[in-house]
Design a protein around this ligand. Structure first.
Ligand code: ADP
Length: 250
């Protein structure tokens, strides 16, 4: 079943067309990976899914993106509410310079939750979901900036989960991390798809092959091929996909 349905999406930065006629469906509670060489439009595409490109000047978007059948580019859409439903985790861990606890509680507080017991519960639950609780439960009031890079990234995932999103967008979430921290995040992503729809940009084909159910291969703003991950990596239909996944260009 589709959680998000993208139809004939075109995106321009001023005159430059960064996305060309993209159509694809993102399955509910699955991991969809976006792969392709640098500059092919992966991040741009990811950002269209929660309207992060709205924050960039001179962006023009045509086509539509349905989230549970509702067009997120309708004028009537509340963009703040949309970004709550479609959360995002970035390449570099970017915790607030605040305590571990405050990093998680910040969003729910801004949403009007004031009850301390309720906030404590959200903090614990989110940290557990992000597989970080055991490592930080005794230092909730210490600065988040004292955590390791991998812990900071799991904290950012926990912060996103605290908003109770339905979809989680991840833009190369492990590219700044060492192999052990990367493996932890990959395991976490695998667990999270029980409850969330995940879309991940990755420059690592191994990562896409390991963790995703579906893979979309982009090239110069076009979606060249979109299929089950196993198919993309073993018997792709398009020669360009094959050349890319076998490392003939990058
Ligand atoms: P990828 O994530 O695959 O590396 P991007 O989505 O970042 O690719 O970029 C796709 C294309 O759009 C590139 O040519 C890039 O230079 C261009 N681009 C990205 N962001 C902007 C922007 N804010 N303004 C103008 N051009 C941009």
């Amino acid at each position: 079943m589709s959680k998000i349905s993208v139809n004939d999406l075109n995106l321009y930065y001023s005159e430059f067309q960064a996305l060309k006629d993209i159509s694809l469906n993102i399955d509910v509670k699955k991991v969809t990976a976006l792969i392709g060489p640098s500059g092919c439009g992966k991040s741009t595409f990811l950002r269209t899914l929660n309207r992060m490109n709205d924050l960039i000047d001179h962006v023009k978007i045509k086509g539509d993106i349905l989230l549970d059948e509702e067009n997120i580019y309708n004028d009537s859409i509340d963009v703040v509410a949309l970004r709550r439903r479609v959360g995002m985790v970035f390449q570099k861990p970017n915790p607030f310079p605040k305590s571990v606890y405050e990093n998680i509680a910040y969003g729910p507080k801004r949403n009007g939750i004031k009850n301390k017991g309720q906030l404590d519960e959200i903090v614990e639950q989110s940290l557990k979901e992000a597989a970080l609780w055991d490592e930080v439960k005794d230092r909730l009031n210490k600065s988040a900036l004292a955590l390791s890079g991998g812990q900071q990234q799991r904290l950012c995932i926990a912060r996103a989960l605290a908003m109770k999103p339905e979809v989680l967008l991840m833009d190369e979430p492990t590219s700044a991390l060492d192999p052990i921290a990367t493996a932890k995040i990959e395991e976490l992503i695998f667990d999270l798809k029980k409850d969330y729809t995940i879309v991940i940009v990755t420059h690592s084909m191994h990562q896409a092959a390991r963790i995703s159910d579906k893979t979309a291969f982009f090239l110069m703003g076009e979606l060249i091929e979109f299929d089950n991950t196993q198919k993309i990596f073993t018997t792709p239909k398009d020669q360009r996909t094959e050349d890319y996944v076998t490392g003939r260009f990058g």
